[in-house]
Design a protein. Structure first.
Length: 232
């Protein structure tokens, strides 16, 4: 759960992020990078190939996004939206102490980090959603473009392009926040997302981790839905 741990007691390694949440995070990074590279260099004799790669990366991101939304409802404590979302005022209070050096005793996302997760998911949702109906006035179009008119597809394509720039900016802010926390607060936010563990006081209540079988079943269902949407 996304509450602060007690500050007393010996610091011991404790699982805070399940494998599923970490895989989503890093796969999203890889898929987003592929999307960025493919659309940036999608010209010349290999333009069609790069656009196919771009569309495939978008469909993959759709599956990842659907999985993360479902996992945010039924997954481990630290992955659930209800557990880590706090009020906007709590996020602002947290940011007011951004320059204060203090141990990282947060179990899961901090108050500001939770809202960053929601923002990133919303932007990804807009990007994937508009991409399903987009076209490039060439040989490539989203799998659902056939269900809307050409003018509507063009409008959604414009939103798709604009939102991509906003998304790139949000990624930059996210990276900057990681650096700022490391420099100003001496808190390493990357290590727990790699190892799944964080050193916390021994008295800290460990968050509940969902069973891997639940993750596997969820992934299978989401993969089926994604394939269905992509092949309409």
């Amino acid at each position: 759960m996304a509450t602060k741990a007690r500050s007393s007691g010996f610091l011991l390694p404790m699982p805070v992020w399940d494998v599923t949440t970490r895989l989503f995070h890093w796969l999203s990074v890889v898929v987003f990078a592929i999307s960025y590279i493919s659309v940036t260099i999608a010209d010349g004799p290999n333009a069609a190939l790069w656009m196919r790669i771009h569309v495939a990366s978008g469909e993959t991101m759709l599956g990842l996004l659907l999985f993360r939304i479902v996992w945010g409802l039924i997954g481990s404590d630290t992955a659930r939206f209800a557990r880590f979302l706090r009020s906007p005022s709590a996020a602002l209070r947290h940011l007011r102490h951004l320059t204060r050096r203090e141990p990282d005793l947060q179990v899961g996302h901090n108050e500001a980090g939770g809202w960053m997760v929601v923002l990133m998911l919303l932007l990804l949702g807009v990007q994937v959603g508009t991409g399903l109906f987009a076209n490039d006035d060439g040989s490539s179009e989203g799998p659902l473009a056939q269900f809307v008119s050409k003018p509507m597809s063009d409008q959604l394509s414009a939103i798709h392009s604009l939102n991509f720039d906003i998304l790139v900016g949000a990624v930059g802010v996210h990276i900057a926040a990681i650096v700022i926390y490391a420099v100003l607060k001496r808190q390493n936010l990357l290590r727990p997302m790699i190892t799944g563990k964080k050193r916390l006081p021994a008295a800290t209540r460990a968050p509940h981790m969902a069973h891997p079988l639940l993750a596997a079943v969820t992934l299978a269902v989401v993969a089926g839905v994604t394939v269905l949407i992509s092949r309409l």
